[in-house]
Design a protein around this ligand. Structure first.
Ligand code: XMP
Length: 515
């Protein structure tokens, strides 16, 4: 195993991700927990020091136990980790002096023979793009170190003490903007003797052991929406603790066609889980009656969701834990957008605030994973592909695809139209190329002619976007044939719609959902 010591960089998890891609098992631990006893217990084969926001020149800034440098395993220091390493080993770090570097930079090799750099600098290029983000810089390298690469503002961009297998880089090899960064990690782990035989199957075993360890014989409740994250969380927990887990599925009446049945039959009947199907359609639709302001709708749904969840969770005696499918991007988002660990963007969806209110402790087994890794874990757990590959579906459901007042009639029309649209997308083999696709029913009726008669029905908009993370998106370039065929099917098959439009707005300036 490999130990990553975290000094608080926003991208520490990306280091772990790069290592998992190399099939190397690693654990991230905050620097505050690192003692030599901890290190000896864990017995890592290599150690990485992450970046971090502090300044090595500040009195009291984070350090590692000095003996770690005598422990005899390869060490890689990144950014703050590099500077700390230099200072602890007898070099010098300075602040400022106009040598800060943020963003793209180019590193030129001084010597190409360093094993860490093997295959990194392509033969025909004499420099390599990297991503820098530092205010301080190393002004004097530690005894035993040599320079292997420089950038205009970082004369010690890559240094190493080959005899001790210590490597230090000023830039961030783990980020996307260091295009060949993965190669450095690969060289580092090979250097450290990792064969790369760790798999998602092992992750599953380790995650199950960790859940059992955390939960003991106590009970856990889990809000299950049927989305990928909560489904994988539920199945993993069920495998770990069986009937100590109860899932609560809140049906707010804003689900897609057939969705409630699918979730109930998958988890209650197929997996045989302790399962509460909270059918609260009347409550939600009643409270939403007459409301048309998007934020008001969202707030009503969010509040009711928590009330309902709490009511059902209270009925489970002795529950001490709440399981959530929080992913790593949620963790980053909550830290970078709100300055603290509280998730505001998806609060109702992730039943935020509940753990404190109910005195529950959190179980978050996906906290270190990215979406595609959660899908891989889901496959490993044997979840059907239809659940794993699902497009994201927002917590407020169809409410935010029904601008204006929400009525049962409109919801019914929307459900049917959405089902036809998704069926078309699947039939044309496009589902997996699209991040998210859905129909929005518009709050206008338009005039049409069908047969010999006049119609006066709703218009709808089709939406389909490509995206990597939902933060930015572009509309999907369907062929005109596809759009024409789909419009015809919707108008012919769905009573209540007589006009179909295609939404070609990107995000920004639009958002993916209509509200
Ligand atoms: P927007 O519409 O903001 O959506 O571009 C970005 C992504 O987030 C989903 N979304 C939500 N998910 N609760 C959720 O769990 C919400 O309140 C919510 N609002 C939007 C949306 O479907 C898209 O994937």
């Amino acid at each position: 195993r490999l130990l990553i010591i975290d000094f608080g960089s926003q991208v520490t998890q990306l280091i772990a991700r790069r290592l998992r891609e190399l099939n190397v098992y690693c654990e991230i631990h905050p620097y505050q927990n690192i003692t030599m006893d901890f290190v000896r217990d864990m017995a890592p084969k290599a150690v990485i020091f992450s970046g971090g926001p502090d300044s090595v020149t500040r009195e009291g800034s984070p350090r590692v136990p000095q003996e770690i440098f005598e422990y005899g395993v390869p060490i890689l220091g990144i950014c703050y980790g590099q500077q700390m390493m230099m200072q602890q080993l007898g070099g010098q770090v300075d602040s400022g002096h106009g040598t800060a570097e943020f963003g793209r930079a180019y590193v030129t090799p001084s010597v190409k023979s360093l094993p860490l750099l093997a295959g990194w600098f392509s033969d025909d290029a004499d420099r390599e793009q990297v991503w820098m983000s530092h205010g301080d810089h190393v002004s004097e390298i530690a005894p035993g170190f040599k320079v292997y690469g420089t950038s205009p503002n970082a004369p010690y961009a890559i240094t190493a003490d080959v005899s001790r297998n210590f490597y230090a880089v000023q830039f961030h090899p783990e980020v996307h903007h260091t295009p060949n960064g993965a190669k450095l990690y690969e060289n580092f782990v090979r250097q450290a003797g990792f064969s790369g035989d760790w798999t998602m199957g092992l992750y599953r075993e380790q995650a199950i052991a960790a859940i059992r360890d955390q939960v003991g014989d106590k009970k856990v409740i889990c809000g299950l929406s049927g989305g990928v994250d909560s489904s994988v969380t539920a199945v993993l927990l069920h495998e770990a603790i069986g009937d100590q887990l109860t899932c609560v599925f809140v049906d707010h009446g804003l689900l897609r066609k057939g969705e409630a049945d699918e979730v109930v039959s998958m988890f209650r009947d197929n997996y045989n889980m302790q399962f509460i199907h909270a059918d609260e359609q009347d409550l939600f639709l009643g409270e939403l009656d007459g409301q048309s302001d998007p934020e008001t709708k969202r707030k009503i749904i969010g509040k009711l969701f928590i009330d309902v969840f709490q009511k059902h969770a209270n009925s489970i005696e002795g529950a001490e834990f709440l399981a959530q499918g929080t992913l790593y991007p949620d963790v980053i988002e909550s830290v970078s957008f709100s300055g603290g660990p509280s998730v505001t963007i998806k609060s109702h969806h992730n039943v935020g605030g509940l753990p404190e209110k109910m005195g529950l402790k959190l179980v978050e087994p996906l906290r270190e994973l990215f979406k595609d890794e959660v899908r891989a874990l889901g496959r490993e757990l044997g979840l059907p592909a239809s659940f794993i590959g699902r497009h994201p579906f927002p917590g407020p459901g169809l409410a935010i695809r029904c601008p204006g007042e929400i009525t049962r009639e409109k919801l019914e029309i929307l459900r049917e139209a959405d089902a036809v649209y998704i069926d078309q997308i699947r039939k044309h083999g496009l589902y997996d190329d699209i991040w998210q696709a859905f129909v929005a029913i518009l709050p206008v009726r338009t005039v049409g002619v069908m047969g010999d008669g006049r119609t006066y029905d709703f218009a709808c908009a089709l939406r389909a976007v490509t995206s990597v993370d939902g933060m930015t998106a572009d509309y999907y370039p369907f062929s005109h044939e596809f759009l024409g065929e789909t419009a015809t099917r919707i108008i012919n098959e769905i009573k209540g719609i007589n006009r179909v439009t295609y939404d070609i707005t990107s995000k920004p300036p639009g958002t993916i959902e209509w509200e």
